[in-house]
Design a protein around this ligand. Sequence first.
Ligand SMILES: Cc1cc2nc3c(=O)[nH]c(=O)nc-3n(C[C@H](O)[C@H](O)[C@H](O)COP(=O)(O)OP(=O)(O)OC[C@H]3O[C@@H](n4cnc5c(N)ncnc54)[C@H](O)[C@@H]3O)c2cc1C
Ligand SMILES: *[C@@H]1O[C@H](CO)[C@@H](O)[C@H](O)[C@H]1NC(C)=O
Ligand SMILES: *[C@@H]1O[C@H](CO)[C@@H](O)[C@H](O)[C@H]1NC(C)=O
Length: 615
Amino acid sequence: MQLQNTAKKPRPFRTPKMSCLIPLLIFSFLPALLPPSLSLPPAPPIHCNATAGYCSISNAYGAWGDRRTCIAPSVLYPSTEEDLLAAVAESRRLNNKVKIASGFGHSIPKLVCPPPAGSLIISTAKYSAGVAVDVARRTVTVDAGVGLRDLVDAVEAAGLSLPAAPYWEGVSIAGLLSTGGHGSSWWGKGGAVHEYVVSMRLVVPAAADEGFAKVIEIDGSKPDLFNSARVSIGLLGAISKVTLALDPAFKRSVTYDYRSDDRFQDEFREMTKLHEFFDITWYPSQRAAVYRLDGRVPANSSGDGVNDFIGFQSNPTLTSVAVRATASLAFGNLVGPGLVGPEKALDESKNAEGKCAMAAAIFAAKKLAANGLKNNNFIFTGYPVVGRQSRIQTSGSCLHSSPSNPFATCAWDPRIKGLFFYETTAIFSPSSFRNFVLDVKKLRDLNPQNFCGADVYNGFLVRFIKASTAYLGQADDSVVVDFNYYRADDPSSPRLNQDVWEEVEQMAFFKHGARPHWAKNRKAAFAGVGKKYSGMKKFDEVKKKLDPAGMFSSEWSDEIVSGEERRNGDGCALEGECVCTEDRHCSPADAYFCASGIVYKQARVCRFSSDSFVS
Ligand SMILES: Cc1cc2nc3c(=O)[nH]c(=O)nc-3n(C[C@H](O)[C@H](O)[C@H](O)COP(=O)(O)OP(=O)(O)OC[C@H]3O[C@@H](n4cnc5c(N)ncnc54)[C@H](O)[C@@H]3O)c2cc1C
Ligand SMILES: *[C@@H]1O[C@H](CO)[C@@H](O)[C@H](O)[C@H]1NC(C)=O
Ligand SMILES: *[C@@H]1O[C@H](CO)[C@@H](O)[C@H](O)[C@H]1NC(C)=O
């Protein structure tokens, strides 16, 4: 994306080739892809085809882990609690399965997929009008489908703030709660949004004489229900309304502090004590750790800054296509969700040096642009950036078109064939986080170039959430690590440094016992997940009571929650559907064979046979 609106554009990288590229792309892509209106807000995740007689549901990236389409016979769009109750009751009466989808669909695992027959998808896309702030009690009650942006704006208009939120605003309140959505904090209730839930209204199946469905009100006075419902990955029933606890409105003061990456694994505890919303972005190939020094300041502090995170800014469509697809385009003024340059060509030609040049350029450009922080809504003029909580806590300007950016879209929108990547999110205890980092550093030190692929995105984002009593939440104070890396268009194509990313993934989940985030990750990360979440048994007991017929479960969600490996066909390890045990799980035809890890020897990874690992 272009660094427009920033004070210091990275002019030295600008390339004259851009002008040749634009006409080419206009003619080849525009007529086919752009709808009559000029902007491209994300496509709804659900599409129905009346001729074929079924609907399909995807996620925002347009591809599930197994690349198979998920279909359902029909979809309902309730706009009130009564409609939602009626939809669940009718499904129960017909003995149908139900999955609840949001209007956003931003989760990666195939949790919302129902069986293809005898089922219904209920979307909350139109159940999103209700936002009621109770100023005296300092709470807000919202309908399940309300988007995070609408929520935090309404709360702040009433003089209050929601302390925690995911960094991405394009999610519904029920969707983000269901998957344990979080920001970063070890202060107070901490960074996970479900810690701020005061009560919830849940629609669950009921006996025929109760009308086949009922609404139950859940709060802290019923701990079993409360601890199950706050993080329930769509399995417990349909969330209808949520009441959240709020603080008096506050502002935040943010500074990105660039440091060497020598000591962050030892300094993080101290730093989390000093800064309420502390996080770290680690760029292993750049040997840099960026500390986010971020804390509350009084609401009357001066400053009207905004965190317009660069990865979530609007991308001109043409640029994003070019970023992934065009080998001749040098990187430069194209700074994506951390992505610049001809990623796809570099990956396919196994050009690690090219990827590293790209990673270094992006790193420099993001540093200049303060990662999207703007002191006054338009430009970055210097640290600290002070702004209202709602403008700092979450962002997603790519969701909103503007006259100056009519072709705006989010960079990963499948319709523009822009960015396509995996996202791994591993949740550690503090001591295993430290050991994980030391292991990754060992692997990095053998050949730092191998890590440029993640630094082209956002490196390793390290965040903090506090211990929770939610059964599918984190039982202890935890450290959350996210990293993104290139995914091939063709599921059978191996990727550059495939083996490295698989080793890091297995180090995290197998060696250091990390728990997977429910909304992220490839299938392999969920292996044995039932044992990792200590509340899983209690959650299952509550589920059996509320939903004895299992109407909110499907084979797809069962597969994630049970963590069982089911598909071990040829090439299954390439997309993390399995961990390889035989060469055919990789891609022998492309010389990718199943091999041991380098630092974590027990890892089984797909490695290119002529890769010389140590440079
Ligand atoms: C760019 C990006 C950045 C992100 N950043 C963060 C981050 O900083 N922190 C973080 O924690 N996560 C982050 N996420 C993940 C995101 O928070 C989750 O994917 C979230 O679940 C998405 O919400 P959604 O409304 O799209 O839910 P969906 O993906 O539509 O649904 C998620 C789950 O919730 C269930 N569900 C939805 N509504 C209901 C309901 N009314 N009743 C019962 N079940 C329901 C669904 O069945 C499904 O199981 C990010 C995702 C993206 C794409
Ligand atoms: C709808 O389904 C029909 C019949 O299967 C198919 O021919 C058509 O291309 C589909 N339309 C869309 C928009 O996918
Ligand atoms: C902010 O408000 C407090 C009292 O609530 C006051 O003491 C302080 O001077 C104010 N600061 C500014 C910058 O206005």
